[in-house]
Design a protein around this ligand. Structure first.
Ligand code: SF4
Length: 229
């Protein structure tokens, strides 16, 4: 277990040295993080930024305003995030929890025991484990490790995970071996996403620029082809 902890911290350090602090989550308030976590599902962040600017520009970036807003109005504002009808419904469901259960008070919400709040979030329409955990970590500053498709791809290529590992098993791996440290969890997930987004692409990963290339077990030809290019 000590070796795995050392390995994970070495990976973290290499990513940090290569990319620097990611300063996640890019948002002005915890509520904006929550909205962004829903809107970013299956879409690039630049689309989310446009929708967030529209919500802010129309005064809807606070729990009560969004709760009271007409759903069709919200849909129009978040069109750039695709699936905007579904996402407007998800936002409504989330903000209904925040307002009706916690009076719109996020401090009250995030002071609940982590496990109980996670279960509650998972019961909200459209909130799966990744969105719930992003909300808990990045909006609530609670110690839970967020994993995603990038995590699976990268740590599979590194030879750590089987390709079909579950969300829960990935999360447990990090949480068992790393200290329960919010700042570390925040930065580590952001760095993994930076690598997945920039270099460890689904096809033709840019291994020649990767800070983890000498740790990686990805099939040789692809690494060599990309490493030489
Ligand atoms: S060396 Fe290539 S395949 Fe391996 S983690 Fe880096 S980018 Fe991904």
């Amino acid at each position: 277990m000590a070796d795995t902890a050392k390995y994970l911290m070495a990976i973290y350090q290499r990513l940090y040295d290569a990319f620097g602090p990611r300063r996640w989550w890019p948002a002005e308030t915890a509520f904006e993080v929550m909205v962004g976590a829903v809107l970013t599902q299956n879409v690039a962040w630049r689309n989310v930024e446009r929708a967030i600017a529209s919500l802010k520009g129309t005064g809807l970036m606070d729990p009560m305003s969004l709760y009271q807003a007409d759903q069709v109005h919200i849909e129009r504002l978040i069109v750039p995030t695709r699936y905007y009808k579904t996402k407007a419904r998800k936002l409504k469901a989330l903000v209904t929890l925040v307002v009706e259960r916690y009076g719109g008070d996020l401090n009250r919400m995030f002071s609940r025991p982590l496990g109980e709040l996670r279960q509650e979030l998972l019961g909200v329409y459209g909130i799966g484990p990744e969105t719930a955990d992003a909300i808990l970590l990045y909006a609530g500053n609670l110690p839970i490790f967020v994993v995603d498709a990038y995590t699976r791809r990268i740590f599979h290529r590194l030879g750590v995970f089987p390709p079909d590992i579950s969300y829960g098993a990935m999360q447990e791996y990090f949480q068992v071996h790393l200290p329960r440290d919010v700042a570390l969890y925040n930065e580590y997930h952001a760095l993994i996403d930076g690598l997945g987004h920039r270099l460890c692409l689904a096809t033709r990963p840019r291994c020649g620029e990767c800070p983890l290339v000498d740790e990686c077990r990805y099939p040789g030809e692809e690494a060599v082809v990309n490493g030489s290019g």
